[in-house]
Design a protein around this ligand. Structure first.
Ligand code: ADP
Ligand code: ZN
Length: 433
């Protein structure tokens, strides 16, 4: 297969045709969900049947689904097929509370593997690659999701799993790993462990990293690419939408193509739930078009992003999403100002003197909100004057970005506690939080 596309027909399908496919699949999905004890009464009440759907815009007639709905109907209340058709159960990582459960039929698993394989192909991976996965192989979808896709692609897969950086290093060297799947915070941590053990990640065969599962800035990506001497591609997934493989950057590295044959994509104002004007920031709301065990309609992801202008030089017609700003629940309100951790990261990563780990602590001091930013130094130094200048400069630049002046504390390597899963960037110790 020499094509630049895994599935040329689908990936380059003209907009109008893609919409027609979406309408067909949405109708089918509604028909399926009429078997769900969660959706059936809702549809009945709203008078929704497959025949109501004539264009993609008719999505507006459908009800929203929230994480709370999934929690309230835990574990199997949203099934649209008899449970004997379910072959696997996954759950979210539980970053924002009680984990939610997602059901998969065999067809769902096959479709998911195929789409993630398509995503791998899209960033240039082929069956000649050796793909090592650093995600946990449990209920978290980053393990098996990547595994099945790498096998579908026909690559050699290394299901190394989470943790144990020295073992990862050994596999990278022994097996000639060419591609690594990891969360961005682990990409920098593993690189540091390798360097401590005398191996420069740039000297390995790794040419590609698939990074995702947590927000990261463009500056962070550049650092990762620099550290590894490899390309790093942003990959978006969430367990409610299968897992990894919902959207990925192409080799242009300018926005993630979201696979519209699988999802209807809306970006809405989270307060009014109306569409935001094209190109403006809003909440991503997704409807599954290709899942049978547990289809979800207008699922509120709480992730904030925007559409990028549609034509991509790569030839794929599927819309592109901008790098995520974070989740709406990541937003901090400090002294009345709305701030996202990623805004702070963007500034910190501009300083080569700083390493990649940082922690934002919010406290109440004498009835005032105070923000402390601890950030690790790239190299140890006892040049006190230089450190003072550096922290002053960081505070100033942060003030330009977030409109208030935080306390900046420069700390040594390894001082900031590391989490086992996704990086924890904010600790809110304020009295009323
Ligand atoms: P949890 O919500 O418990 O973390 P998941 O493991 O399903 O559960 O993670 C999905 C969430 O991870 C997304 O809703 C999003 O907030 C975040 N995420 C995933 N991929 C990316 C990415 N490439 N960039 C930013 N955030 C991401
Ligand atoms: Zn593209």
């Amino acid at each position: 297969m020499n094509s630049q596309f895994w599935d040329p027909e689908i990936e380059t399908m003209p907009g109008k045709q893609l919409e027609k496919l979406q309408v067909e699949r949405l109708k089918k999905t509604i028909e399926l969900a009429m078997n769900s004890s969660f959706y059936a009464p809702k549809f009945k009440e709203l008078g929704i049947t497959p025949d109501c759907i004539k264009t993609v815009d008719d999505i507006h007639r459908l009800p929203f689904t929230t994480k709370q709905d999934l929690r309230d109907n835990y574990p199997f209340g949203l099934a649209s097929v008899p449970l004997e058709k379910v072959v696997r159960v996954h759950s979210s990582s539980g970053t924002t509370g009680k984990p939610t459960v997602i059901l998969h039929s065999q067809k769902d698993i096959d479709q998911w593997a195929d789409t993630m394989a398509r995503s791998m192909y899209c960033i240039g991976l082929r069956n000649t690659d050796v793909i090592q996965n650093t995600s946990g192989y449990g209920m978290f979808t980053g393990g098996l999701g990547i595994q099945y896709a790498a096998e579908r692609l026909g690559a050699m897969s290394i299901p190394a799993g989470a943790g144990n950086s020295l073992r990862h290093l050994k596999f990278i060297e022994d097996f000639g790993t060419t591609a690594l799947h990891c969360i961005p915070s682990y990409a920098t941590r593993l690189a540091a462990v390798m360097k401590e053990n005398g191996v420069d990640p740039r000297d390995t065969k790794i040419h590609t990293l698939i990074i995702g599962a947590e927000p990261h800035s463009e500056a962070q990506r550049k650092r990762i690419e620099e550290l590894w001497g490899a390309k790093a591609y942003n990959n978006f997934g969430m367990s409610e939408m299968c897992g990894p493989g919902v959207a990925i950057e192409c080799q242009e590295q300018n926005g993630m193509h979201i696979w519209e044959d699988n999802y209807i994509v809306e970006i809405l104002n989270p307060d009014t739930l109306e569409n935001v004007p094209d190109g403006e920031l809003g909440e991503l709301v997704l409807t599954t078009l290709n899942r049978e065990a547990m289809p979800l309609f207008r699922y509120r992801t709480h992730d904030l992003t925007r559409f990028l202008p549609s034509d991509c030089p790569c030839g794929r017609t599927h819309k592109r999403l901008d790098r995520f700003q974070g989740r709406s629940d990541d937003m901090m309100i400090v002294k009345g100002v709305n701030i996202y951790p990623i805004q702070i990261e963007k500034v910190l990563m501009q300083y080569p003197e700083l390493a990649s780990d940082y922690l934002i602590t919010l406290e109440t001091i004498e009835d005032n909100d105070e923000m402390l930013i601890e950030v690790e130094l790239a190299n140890a130094t006892d040049d006190f004057a230089a450190l003072q200048n550096l922290s002053k400069s960081i505070s100033r630049r942060l003030k330009d970005e977030i409109l208030l002046t935080p306390n900046v504390k420069l700390v040594g390597k390894g001082v900031i506690p590391q989490s086992d899963g996704k990086a924890v960037r904010v600790k809110d110790l304020r009295h009323n939080h």
